[in-house]
Write a new protein. Sequence first.
Length: 396
Amino acid sequence: MVYADNAATTKMSKIAVSAMLPYIENFWGNPSSLYSFGQKAAEALVCAREKIAACICASPSEIYFTSGGSESDNQAIISAAKIGARKNKKHIISSSFEHHAVLHTLKKLEKDGFEIELLDVHVNGVINPQQVADSIREDTCLVTVMFANNEIGTVQPIAEIGGVCRARKIPFHTDAVQAAGHIPIDVQKQNIDMLSISAHKFHGPKGVGVLYARKNIPLTNLIEGGAQEKGKRGGTENVPAIIGMAAALEEACANMEENNRKILRLRNKIIGGLKKIPHSALNGDGEKRLPGNVSFCFEGIEGESLLLLLDDRGICASSGSACTSGSLDPSHVLLAIGRPHEIAHGSLRLSLDENNSEDDAEKILQVVPEVVDYLRSMSPLWKDKLIGKREFLLPE
Ligand SMILES: *Cc1c(COP(=O)(O)O)cnc(C)c1O
């Protein structure tokens, strides 16, 4: 099997699994207990918090454990909105291609009287910091822009956007779920006030994540309960998962350069090969993108059929985001970069990691063009294009 869907989830690393096991089998005490058996778990949490803080240049007291990227996004945005509402500031700036954990939270706030301004992400999928500067108003209470996009992999100028927000004293949140463990994060240098990460996107376990919140940002509780996470997130900590997350992030950050050299070589080879398919287009900027992301549109085919045929041939890939497959709507990300509906339906995302090999790349480059050809040969729409009854939308 060729696994090329690492933006959806990743395989757990051996180091993360072996870090977790003792806390499942032996040290299963409650970290809130006073006896030393519980304190063993509490000490491991202290250590995990320190490791994670070090990976993003934060201080351990600014790290809050959550159930994953979605919860972190919700808590960050709702916290900033609550503070804003108290001062009658109800304008929020974001972008049109955020993850649904951000977009749907913003939709809910809109119903509560907030004004949501979604910035245009242009054909290359990159926001210009000047757009943020131009949109900030007296009543802006939050800017939330994702670090790297989960579908087309484009990386935003986060330090510059953060700088604009800092100068105007507006809290800046970034969904860094696709960035953490893959590209460098420094919340100090990049002027980030809040940041969301999720362990299962960097070879850690599922169902655990982090919200980083700078010291001066008061968080709102989403989950009421005990005094865990300084009272900001009740519930007994998922100790093994948190320890697995810390081990995975530490490993990913230590090996980042070496992994990325390999991943980039494979990615560029695949992009170069797929570009040769007639009437195809790479989605998103060619340079400002995650090392592992390949995202294409192929005219005249349907993404779901492509995925099923690739699955038959042993390739795991994705079309649009995992959260929207199952619905017939084209990806909001591809529409945001201006792809027409018809083209947006024919998309393919391959997301690589360091476990992918040259053989995987060869197989992808052999199978994808064959499957695209096959699907086109069956399509009445494609025939119409060939005989000139319909126009081609993507150049040859
Ligand atoms: C996967 C993902 C999320 C959601 O994270 P979960 O831990 O699965 O809740 C949020 N944002 C982005 C950009 C993602 O890729």
